[in-house]
Design a protein around this ligand. Structure first.
Ligand code: 8YV
Length: 324
């Protein structure tokens, strides 16, 4: 008999079929308590689950006593209570490599669009304001050869450094938990403490996972240390940044502009002050959102679940140490 799984995300047809070839699939829209209650038997029998952007906590796991593997269509896994998974011997699989280049592209897009005010001036053109040669009130600031600071030198940080160094001739500063020989050799990236990075960077780019240690890691104190001409970019997780402090820093001119793909609350509330600041480019968490990459992430997550339920966790597993 095929193992049963819960699917809580719509997948392309061919990938859905691949799942059905291996498993008995129950598809649900979300993991809300009402959904779990309505599908109690399917949840109780599920050995695997696959989806994204829904909380998987101890209360849910209580309803899923047979669960052996979870597979998220994302690199980030802050939605999961990893301790609760570990206690129950449940594997957590994620998609760390397939989205790297696409997210780095998004970060570079945020750098360029904030610096050159792409969104703002394009809107002015559409509003019919381009009536004669443009003057300084349309100008932006340079990107090439300015200093780019990266907080979090993981795969995405490295891909961003590559773009900035080779494409734009930018000196790279970085801060991470450990030195990164590849970044230093290939892109002449210079390791420095956070304060030095904040003080010396023209672009401060944050790409960190959300953990207890990174929550609100960038706040009022950090914005004060940045140049008043600095542009702040966040494309990791919203709560890494104290959003209220960011709003204050943007309003007071402590920093020049911000390019944001992630927020403390998503979707970003329509009354967020960020939306009325002209020096903010706000994107709807599109870091990995291209047709190609979202397909590849879903395909990777399907393979990950098949592997994990067959005891294969050498690759893409967050907690392989729990294997018996
Ligand atoms: C996903 C992300 O889009 O992978 C991540 O961690 O933030 C995004 O790429 C999102 O989690 C939805 O799948």
């Amino acid at each position: 008999m095929k193992p049963s799984i819960i699917l809580y995300k719509a997948l392309p047809d061919d990938l859905h079929k691949r799942l059905e070839d291996h498993f008995t699939v129950t598809q649900v829209d979300n993991l809300d308590p009402e959904t779990v209650q309505k599908n109690a038997e399917a949840f109780a029998n599920a050995e695997g689950m696959l989806g994204s952007s829904e909380k998987v906590d101890a209360a849910l796991l209580e309803k899923m006593p047979k669960l052996r593997a979870t597979s998220t269509v994302s690199v980030g896994y802050d939605q999961f209570d990893v301790d609760a998974l570990n206690e129950r011997g449940i594997f957590l699989m994620h998609t760390p490599t397939v989205l790297t280049e696409t997210v780095a592209d998004t970060m570079m897009a945020l750098v360029l669009s904030t610096a050159r005010r792409v969104v703002e001036v394009a809107e002015r053109v559409k509003a019919g304001e381009w009536k004669q040669g443009i003057g300084p009130d349309w100008f932006g600031i340079d990107v090439h050869h300015k200093t780019l600071g990266i907080i979090g030198m993981g795969r995405i940080g490295l891909a961003l450094a590559q773009r900035a160094h080779f494409g734009f001739g930018m000196p790279i500063l970085y801060n991470a938990r450990r030195h990164h020989a590849e970044a230093e050799e290939r892109f002449q990236a210079r390791y420095c403490d956070i304060d030095t990075l904040l003080q010396e960077s023209d672009y401060v780019c944050v790409v960190l996972p959300l953990t207890d240690e990174t929550h609100h890691m960038i706040g009022a104190e950090q914005f004060k240390k940045m140049k008043s001409s600095a542009i702040f970019i966040n494309a990791g997780r919203g709560p890494v940044v104290d959003e209220q402090a960011l709003i204050e820093a943007l309003k007071s001119g402590e920093i020049h502009a911000a390019g944001l793909d992630v927020f403390e609350q998503e979707p970003l509330p329509v009354d967020s002050p960020l939306l009325s600041l002209p020096n903010v480019v706000a994107l709807p968490h599109i870091g990995s959102a291209t047709h190609e990459t979202r397909y590849n992430m879903a395909a990777c997550a399907v393979d990950n679940l098949i592997d994990a339920l067959n005891g294969k966790v050498e690759k893409n597993c967050v907690n392989p140490q729990i294997a018996k």
